[in-house]
Design a binder for this molecule. Structure first.
Ligand SMILES: Cc1ncc(COP(=O)(O)O)c(C=O)c1O
Length: 392
């Protein structure tokens, strides 16, 4: 196996710390799913080195042999302090939280608490494809309430969907992605309060995936769903895994508001056996001591969003997009290129660049691709060059 040097790079922008040669030594999905002549700009992994406090916490744990089972509420305490400082939200009560293996398994457990087999789960397509896969795998039915043309929640469509799926008094849930993957939309307090009001009026329970919350663009404020008027009976999932690139160190938190605490208390105890102790150590260190690193990352992502917009204007003017307000993803409308429903297939085959196809994101995904901006500016330039070359 290749030996990799481990010294910190000294580069303040985490997105500039690694060269392509070093990235190609990785064994994770992003770097191993395609042959070496393909530039991978797809799955949501970041091309960064971990924040130094995370490395230190994990290294110390290994040096101590602290590799047993998790205990205590350190993760929830770290997240509560982060939420208060960053979002001005002091409503995250440690006693209304539970550790869960990861966000998607946490979503499944929350949906089990508020729906039964066969019940509908509403999603705002186009949306993160596992929302379809996990919900269907757990024997619930996905009901789409597509985003509007402005890529924001269409409250009329949502209300009509809530009305339809609850006909005859059926239990239903709304799985809200906040911020939204793939569009990077950050829902406003007013939008979230309107969602809470609609959900309340139609008896729909709201489960919120807030995994991308820390990765906002400059000047954009994330609003926790549980903090808005009417949001207190939602069930939220949060995690440090996206913002600090810790997907390989599994852990997440389920968080109840005052109105859903009794639901969360029904979650079987064994679910909390799933997250890894090292994952919890890493996530807690990130939230506690990794905020400088996070802000350097966010600044790098702001630069990359501007870079991408300029490159598209120059090399692929027919591709349109709205720069994301959060996440490190770019959702590109390629319909004007005339590449039919799956432009990602053409970019891969002819350009040797791997993007996510929009099709698995549901209604509104055809003709779109999702590009991962969490890499160096050089690789973004190379990615766009390859996309443009695919059209020659
Ligand atoms: C919206 C969203 N939820 C969940 C996940 C996966 O999180 P986890 O690995 O904790 O299940 C991702 C990963 O990209 C995501 O974008």
């Amino acid at each position: 196996m290749t030996r990799i040097p481990h010294e910190p790079s000294g580069e303040p922008n985490p997105l500039r710390a690694l060269t392509l040669d070093r990235l190609r030594c990785r064994t994770s999905m992003k770097w191993r799913a395609y042959p070496d002549d393909v530039l991978p700009l797809w799955v949501a992994e970041m091309d960064v080195l971990p924040a130094e406090p995370v490395v230190r916490a994990i290294t110390d744990a290994l040096a101590l042999g602290d590799t047993g089972y998790p205990a205590g509420t350190g993760y929830a305490e770290a997240l509560a302090a982060f939420a208060e400082k960053r979002w001005g939200w002091d409503g995250l009560a440690v006693e209304r939280t539970a550790i869960v293996p990861d966000v998607m398994l946490g979503v499944v457990e929350m949906l089990k608490l508020v729906t039964g087999p066969g019940d509908p789960v509403v999603v705002n397509s186009p949306v993160y494809p596992p929302f379809f896969q996990f919900v269907e795998h757990m024997d619930r039915q996905v009901a789409e309430a597509p985003l509007g043309a402005d890529l924001r929640i269409d409250l009329d469509v949502l209300e009509e969907t809530f009305r339809r799926v609850t006909e005859g008094g059926r239990a239903a849930a709304f799985l809200l992605c906040s911020p939204h993957n793939p569009t990077g939309t950050v829902h406003t307090a007013a939008e979230l309060a309107a969602v809470a009001d609609l959900a309340d009026r139609h008896g729909v329970r709201v489960v919120i995936d807030e995994i991308h919350a820390p990765i906002t663009a400059a000047g954009v404020d994330f609003v926790p769903y549980l903090s808005v008027t009417g949001g207190e009976n939602g069930l939220s999932l949060m995690s440090a895994s996206k913002a600090w690139n810790l997907a390989g160190l599994k852990a997440a938190l389920a968080i109840a508001g005052p109105g859903s605490a009794a639901d969360l208390a029904r979650m079987p105890e064994e679910v909390s056996h799933g997250p890894s102790h090292l994952g919890i150590i890493a996530h807690s260190a990130a939230l506690r001591d990794g905020t400088d690193w996070l802000d350097s990352l966010r600044a790098g992502l702001d630069d990359n969003r501007r870079l991408l917009a300029g490159l598209l204007t120059e090399h692929l003017p027919a591709v349109t997009h709205r720069p994301a307000e959060a996440t490190y993803l770019a959702w590109l409308d390629c319909r004007a290129l005339g590449l039919a429903d799956d432009p990602a297939e053409v970019f891969l085959r002819r350009g040797r660049v791997a993007l996510n196809s929009g099709i698995p994101f549901g209604t509104g995904g055809a003709g779109h691709v999702r590009l991962n901006l969490a890499t160096s500016p050089e690789l973004i330039e190379e990615g766009v060059r390859r996309m443009a070359a695919a059209l020659d």
